[in-house]
Design a protein around this ligand. Structure first.
Ligand SMILES: [Zn+2]
Ligand SMILES: [Zn+2]
Length: 411
């Protein structure tokens, strides 16, 4: 304790030594005063009591120390690739404090995220092409703060402008590379789990292929659950380089008058927009501004008997009802259901092959392709299209990916 004595008003700094590994446990009340709910955790707790010299006055400070298996920076391998070069998927976290990590919240979130990502086609079929890691990241405080109630999170996840934005992308990439120092970020994906139950999600995308998909542990009901966020942000935007198909504005995209910050490209080659820039990279294959079915990226699927029942021209996407086309009634890029449209599956498999250092062929894509839709999803497919139903609830412009320029600044 510094200083250990003195007079007048001053700050006192109390430093607690790191606890050695222990099998001792202590009881923590995780309920309320009226409805206590006790759990035991490895570690110890105690009180530091301050006594005012010569006076009958004390005050105290409770200290809890948790023991854990996965310290800050610890790398856990969840799976190793058995085909190709091995595409790295790295889960790390923001706003998990020592207690959250000791309680196993980070690792169980990472394991759940890993299961969700590979529980949708084509990731399910191509699972063996991936290495998957979880890298523990400890923050000083638990949960995501707002602009007014700042919380000290390791990578700066904060509520701003009705979204959870991330401040330190480069630090996240650097941290993720603990999984493998020689990791090629341009052929990998970093998934940043954000320790909050809020429904949100955002993906930061770079022209070189690097990306961070930010996925809060949403407590919302299907399809806006944590699974939905992982599949849409990580599987759809982050790795698949797909565009949003949802709709908010009943207008032609070219001359929509909305001032919500959504983009109004004039065509697929409009390089003044992120839409056009991503298109020029060969991304956003699930959308097109051309109405000519022989020129859209899914033209080869429209009359292919394997797909002709459901792949066609559907107007609406990229926030607007008119002037933008998609290929199927609905998909994960619309409302987070566990189903990617056929052209989205193809785009994802093309990227898997490229990142794995293997050749893509349409024939083998067709042969392995599965359009499985779970029973719960069928109901969503038969339900209405989401116009008027805001899948992103808090803000009318959704949570489109943010284009970050050429590449992250990471060694
Ligand atoms: Zn608009
Ligand atoms: Zn999105």
């Amino acid at each position: 304790m510094e200083p250990s004595s003195g007079t007048g008003k001053m700050d006192i700094t109390v430093t607690i030594a790191e606890m050695p590994r222990t099998s001792d446990t202590f009881e923590v009340n995780e309920g309320t005063f009226n409805q206590p709910s006790y759990k035991n955790y490895p570690g110890r707790s105690g009180e530091v009591v301050f006594l005012l010299e010569g006076k009958d006055y004390t005050c105290s400070m409770t200290v809890e120390q948790y023991d854990y298996d996965y310290p800050d920076g610890y790398v856990q391998t969840l799976q190793e690739a058995s085909i190709g070069n091995g595409i790295d998927i790295v889960f790390t976290g923001d706003a998990y404090d020592a207690k959250d990590i000791a309680k196993g919240i980070f690792i169980s979130n990472a394991e759940a995220g890993y299961e969700h990502l590979f529980d949708v086609e084509p990731y399910k079929t191509y699972k063996d092409y991936f290495n998957v890691y979880a890298v523990t990241a400890m923050s000083d405080e638990s949960g995501i703060g707002t602009v007014n109630t700042i919380k000290d999170s390791k990578f700066g996840s904060t509520f701003t402008q009705n979204r959870i934005l991330l401040e330190n992308q480069d630090e996240v990439f650097t941290w993720a590379k603990k999984a493998d120092a020689s990791m090629d970020l341009t052929k990998s994906l970093v998934i940043l789990l954000q320790n909050t139950s809020t429904y949100e999600g955002i993906t930061y995308m770079y022209a070189d292929g690097s990306a961070i998909a930010c996925c809060p542990i949403s407590a919302k009901a299907y399809p806006y659950d944590f699974r939905g966020i992982v599949q849409h942000e990580a599987g759809g935007h982050g790795f698949g380089k797909l565009a949003d198909e949802y709709i908010y504005h009943n207008a032609f995209i070219q001359n929509c008058l909305c001032a919500d910050g959504c983009e109004h490209p004039q065509g697929d080659e409009d390089m003044r927009t992120h839409y056009g820039q991503m298109k020029s990279l060969g991304w956003f294959k699930n959308l097109s501004m051309t109405a000519d079915p022989s020129r859209v990226p899914w033209a080869h699927l429209i009359y292919n008997p394997q797909y002709s029942d459901y792949v066609d021209m559907f107007e609406g996407g990229y926030m607007h009802t008119r002037g933008m086309y998609r290929s199927e009634a609905t998909s994960c890029m619309n409302n987070n259901i566990p189903y990617f449209s056929a052209i989205s599956r193809q785009a994802i498999v093309e990227r898997i092959m490229k990142c794995a250092g293997l050749e893509f062929s349409l024939e083998s894509f067709y042969a392995l392709d599965k359009d499985d839709v779970g029973p719960i999803t069928k109901a969503a497919l038969e339900g209405d299209r989401t116009f008027g139903v805001d899948p992103h609830l808090n803000h009318s412009t959704g949570h489109g990916p943010i284009f970050m320029g050429e590449h992250p600044n990471v060694k």
